[in-house]
Design a protein around this ligand. Structure first.
Ligand code: HEM
Length: 211
């Protein structure tokens, strides 16, 4: 499996697969298949895919470790950028189709409706991650600082869940499901971090002894 993951061309089908939801949306729009309220349809579609890609991106590290597939890391940046891509389409739908570039109405909406405030915050937090996703920025910031910055994706994902939870009127099952997924993924990272810390403390306490 690791050999397949290292093949150069594999990034192309993965890229195309990530584009499928956007292409499907274009297809539906071209065929007048966006339902009675097209703006609502596009908002929900892009919001759903943004949160799904956030979860998929966050799942890469646990899946790499659990299944012993270190080369999955090659796809994490692309998946993260697709999360940003769908969140941008989602934001643009609100900006262009919902608010019609009415800046006053937009500011009012962001300030007055808590679920919009949360969505806006989650989106803003993804911006520096998208900008600094290149190898040049990793070099400029240094690996450690870059990693610290990119932990913002967890904060963004948690706030996105709050955004979803606040906007649903009655059926809270889906926001709770996303909340549970992100909690499990975060817990996994925490356990790995604590285990690593424990190992290095034991090593420092007993130098020369392999633990
Ligand atoms: C990381 C950023 C974001 C994520 C992951 C996200 C995710 C979601 C999700 C999952 C939904 C529900 C879709 C459904 O019900 O099927 C949603 C709805 C919505 N989001 Fe976001 N969102 C984000 C940012 C934003 C931003 C920046 C805005 C606007 C400033 C926004 C405005 C809305 C609106 C207006 C709805 C529809 C509310 C309704 O149906 O009443 N979101 N979003």
């Amino acid at each position: 499996m690791n050999r397949v993951l290292t093949t150069r061309w594999l990034k192309i089908p993965v890229f195309v697969l990530c584009l499928v939801p956007a292409l499907l949306l274009v297809w539906k729009a071209a065929n007048g298949d966006l339902g009675a309220n097209p703006i609502e349809f596009v908002t929900h579609w892009t919001g759903d895919w943004a949160i799904r890609f956030l979860c998929i991106t966050l799942a890469i590290t646990p899946v790499r470790r659990l299944l012993g597939l270190p080369d999955l890391i090659r796809f994490r940046r692309m998946l993260g950028l697709f999360a940003f891509f769908y969140a941008s389409l989602h934001f643009l739908t609100w900006l262009v189709l919902d608010q019609f570039f009415d800046w006053n109405a937009m500011v009012k909406d962001v300030v007055k409706r808590p679920f919009i405030t949360a969505g806006f915050t989650a989106f803003l937090l993804l911006m520096p991650l998208a900008v600094t996703s290149t190898a040049g920025w990793i070099r400029r910031l240094g690996g450690r600082r870059w990693q610290m910055l990119h932990r913002l994706i967890y904060v963004s994902a948690c706030i996105a869940v709050v955004h979803y939870y606040w906007l649903v009127k009655s059926d809270i099952r889906l926001p709770l499901l996303y909340g549970a997924i992100i909690t499990v993924l975060l817990a996994f990272r925490l356990v790995v971090h604590l285990a690593k810390k424990g190992r290095s403390v034991r090593r420092a306490a007993a130098p020369g002894v392999e633990v």
